[in-house]
Design a protein around this ligand. Structure first.
Ligand code: G1P
Length: 321
């Protein structure tokens, strides 16, 4: 019998240097996709998947994240007095209940594995979800929900969301090797963090969503610094894979890497277009803007779509399942 996944860990200690000066005084996870902070998008995905406790591994200058997941009495009472019930509902719906959040600090930037390890006492001896909030994964149902289904179907183990990227990009990610099971789920049999292109077992990468058994913590504790001199989560997963199965869920939506300027802009455009309230108006305005922009570019060198996509790097478009 598999154990229920109740807790999700969100590593949010990164400095966000790629977004300076915007991130000088606010955490990169508080930048917004339309009107929702990036971190809220990841929490939304986790709540949809049934998560009950949200564990944030923060760092210095991240207190805005803690404030975001707290009540704002003055604001609420002003909104109430002004009869702004829609805005009040929004605040209420986004807020995990009292006691459903925990915050701990990664005191030094020692890598993703170390960030996860910092949450070990809060997670305790139970399986948990891990979401890298920079990766916004657009799909219905959400990526973690689909992974929970696989976890239940397989009767436990570990689950990793994977996604195909162009071969030239494999050296920027954790990459998996796999067999397919009879029901189409991947059985991962190899993992390697940021391999040289000619050593990658496939072009399926680890996409930023995980379900992990608590045994991962002792593997992280035993791990030595790996790629980039950091304690790599992937190295600890390789050690755990010798003892437990790792299933791969091939994500079938659209991923935006919001740690990257172009991914972030595209996430805003895609989510703006998908919104019921502003989507139609936004589309018209965007079309006009693009036409005007194209007209102003007639004398300039055109930018080929493939060049743009290459710069976006991690943005991969697929039809949403
Ligand atoms: C991390 C993981 C890597 C994964 C990637 C997804 O790398 O270590 O395995 O493919 O996230 O974004 P990072 O982006 O922190 O270098």
């Amino acid at each position: 019998m598999h154990r229920q996944i109740r807790k999700a860990v969100f590593p949010v200690a990164g400095l966000g240097t790629r977004f300076l000066p915007a991130t000088k005084a606010i955490p990169k996870e508080m930048l917004t996709i339309v009107d929702r902070p990036v971190i809220q998008m990841a929490v939304d995905e986790a709540r949809e998947a049934g998560i009950e406790h949200f564990v944030f591994v923060t760092g210095r200058n991240k207190s805005a994240i803690e404030d975001h997941f707290d009540k704002q009495y003055e604001l609420e009472s002003t909104l109430r007095k002004r009869g702004k019930s829609h805005a009040l509902d929004l605040l209420e719906n986004d807020l995990p209940a009292a006691g459903e959040t925990s915050f701990t600090r990664q005191q030094e930037p020692l890598g993703l594995g170390h960030a996860v390890w910092c949450a070990r006492h809060i997670v305790g001896d139970e399986p948990f979800a891990l979401l890298l909030p920079d990766m916004i994964m657009q799909a219905k149902p959400g990526c973690l929900k689909r992974m929970m289904d696989i976890y239940a179907q397989q009767g436990g183990g570990n689950v990793v969301a994977v996604e195909e990227v162009p071969w030239k990009d494999v050296n920027r990610y954790g990459v998996v090797g796999f067999d397919r099971t009879s029901n189409g789920v991947m059985m991962i049999n190899q993992m390697i963090e940021k391999p040289p292109r000619d050593q990658a077992p496939s072009n399926q990468i680890i996409a930023g969503r995980y379900i992990l058994q608590p045994g991962i913590f002792e593997k992280i504790a035993a791990a030595k610094a790996g790629a980039g001199g950091e304690i790599q989560l992937t190295d600890a997963m390789i050690a755990l894979m010798a003892e437990q199965p790792f299933w791969g869920y091939e994500f079938a939506g659209t991923t935006f890497d919001c740690g990257d300027k172009l991914g972030f802009l595209l996430a805003n455009v895609a989510h703006g277009l998908a919104r019921e309230d502003i989507g139609p108006v936004f589309r018209d305005a965007l079309e006009k803007l693009l036409i005007r922009h194209r007209d102003s570019l007639v004398d300039d060198e055109p930018v080929a779509d493939s060049d743009l996509l290459e710069k976006v790097g991690r943005k991969r478009t697929r039809s949403v399942a």
